[in-house]
Design a protein around this ligand. Structure first.
Ligand SMILES: [Zn+2]
Length: 401
């Protein structure tokens, strides 16, 4: 069973830019640009084209990232991230905790570890070659003949606070509309995140309507833009990772409930862990390539485990006994609705898949219960202990009987 992990790596990953070539400035500018109600109607007869994403070679983007296997402690967060990668439909992960505990580092490390995707080179949404037709954008669905493909690393897209809706969902490419009279769609951050991770630092400070929108898209895997005379629908399948410090404002319970998993991390307080975290971070900063090479084998092992788990997921069975265990646990904790229970079952299934098993066992439920349910518990004024403790207590009462 997972315990609240002592958290590791001192995050100094500001210089790890997942998309060094993307036109952030342009889209930022665009977000502030006055809305033109006329430009888009000018040449409506022209076919709707999408502005392409940067097509710079992948090698340009490759900068050594702190290896996932080198992260010290933080077992619960690492497990939650792995589980969300095995089953992205779980609804992402909320990471609550202190600043500088390596939240962002861990997400980037995981993305770097995942195998590259084969995507259509000319698709602005990076549609995967292996996607079923209904998960392709309209352009890819209509395309025929042999198409060029490329390998794409798994993107980690940062969603900065203060992002406008235009920047997130995409908008009319005003420049093209005004200069060339073309009605083009400028893809937003959701398009860039397709196939990867969308990371929101301080998600609790983001406007509710944006969080709502992100959760909608994350759940449906599709971004639908119907405005400014545009009608665009494109795949946006990503794992949503939100980090936040609960002391700086809270998410509404309705929003909390829609996140799949949540974890709490803290700066480690024991000396040996702190020493190890600093040692590794320092070694990484001094010789990134050498450090990454030293952990390549361990990372490779996790990569294989993930690939195998994804392949196995559909075959993992859940018995009635396990369903009953989950139901009793959620009843004992008084969780609202059934979303928590469903998440618990699905997370346990992904957890079993990660363990190389095809049957969910009670220990998989126990292992993932805190991550699946803690953000869904109502505060009990008569019971001051943390939600993690309440879940552990309920678990031992139910499983012990
Ligand atoms: Zn496409």
């Amino acid at each position: 069973m997972l315990t609240r992990a002592p958290s590791p790596s001192v995050a100094t990953d500001a210089n790890v830019t997942p998309f060094p070539n993307t036109r952030i400035d342009q889209s930022a500018k665009q977000g502030n640009a006055p809305k033109s109600g006329k430009a888009e109607n000018k040449k409506a007869a022209r076919p709707l084209v999408a502005t392409g994403e940067s097509s710079a070679p992948e090698s340009v983007r490759q900068k050594p990232v702190f290896p996932f296997s080198a992260i010290v402690g933080q077992d619960e967060m690492r497990r939650a991230l792995l589980i969300a990668s095995v089953d992205p439909s779980l609804g992402g992960v909320l990471v609550f905790g202190d600043r500088g505990t390596g939240k962002s580092t861990s997400v980037r490390a995981l993305a770097a570890l995942l195998p590259e995707r084969k995507v259509f080179a000319d698709c602005p949404y990076s549609c995967a070659v292996t996607s079923s037709p209904e998960h392709l954008c309209a352009g890819c669905q209509a395309a025929s003949g042999k198409r060029t493909t490329r390998s794409a690393r798994i993107p980690v897209v940062d969603l900065p606070l203060g992002s406008t809706e235009d920047r997130v969902v995409g908008s009319l490419d005003l420049e093209r509309a005004l200069t060339r009279g073309e009605k083009a769609f400028e893809p937003g951050l959701l398009a860039r995140a397709n196939g990867g991770f969308l990371y929101i630092d301080e998600v609790n400070l983001l406007e509710d309507h944006l969080v709502d929108l992100l959760l909608d898209v994350a759940a449906s895997g599709e971004n639908v833009v119907e405005r400014e005379g545009l009608s665009i629908r494109h795949p946006a399948q990503f794992v949503l990772i939100g980090s936040g410090n609960p002391e700086e404002g809270e998410l509404r319970p309705q929003l909390l409930d829609r996140f799949g998993l949540s974890v709490e991390i803290r700066t480690p307080t024991d000396i040996p862990t702190r020493i190890e975290v600093v040692k590794r971070r320092d070694a990484f900063e001094r010789d990134r390539a050498g450090f990454v090479a030293a952990y390549a084998k361990a990372d490779q092992k996790i990569r294989r485990q993930l690939i195998a788990a994804r392949a196995r997921l559909a075959d993992v069975t859940v018995s009635d006994q396990i369903l009953e265990l989950a139901a009793r646990l959620c009843l004992a904790l008084g969780t609202d609705g059934l979303r928590g229970e469903l998440t618990l079952i699905r997370a346990a299934r992904a957890s079993a898949a990660l363990d190389g098993q095809t049957v969910v066992e009670p220990r998989h439920i126990a292992e993932i219960a805190a991550s699946s349910l803690r953000h869904r518990l109502r505060r009990n004024p008569l019971d001051d202990v943390g939600s993690g403790v309440r879940i552990d207590r309920a678990l031992s009462e139910i499983m012990g009987s």
